[in-house]
Design a protein. Structure first.
Length: 116
């Protein structure tokens, strides 16, 4: 299993970014996918999750109304569209999946920095 994130960078407060996570090594369409983040000095927290076929979507309260998770099963990619970014959104963002054997996999992470 391999998860490769991209799309991070430096953005001003109020700006937008779209993160992508491209997966390989498993049947992508069959599994829920999640985005987590870890800010400096803090633990890793769930940002958003989407079930297979996008049937159920959940967001952390801190990002509701600003972030949108989506998936393209044909491209084996999950996205995180982030808007109205705040300095407190600064973190390393990780893609996450648990396979059918309950093994958890993380991507390498992509840095998002919100600063003027």
């Amino acid at each position: 299993v391999q998860l490769v994130e991209s799309g991070g960078g430096l953005v001003q407060p109020g700006g937008s970014l779209r993160l992508s996570c491209t997966a390989s090594g498993f049947t992508f369409s069959s599994y829920a996918m999640s985005w987590y983040r870890q800010a400096p000095g803090k633990g890793r927290e769930l940002v958003a999750a989407i079930t297979s076929a996008g049937g159920t979507i959940n967001y952390a309260d801190s990002v509701k109304g600003r972030f949108t998770i989506s998936r393209d099963d044909a491209k084996k990619t999950v996205y995180l569209q982030m808007g109205s970014l705040k300095p407190e959104d600064t973190a390393v963002y990780y893609c996450y999946v648990v396979d059918g054997f309950r093994r958890a996999y993380w991507g390498q992470g992509t840095q998002v920095t919100v600063s003027s």
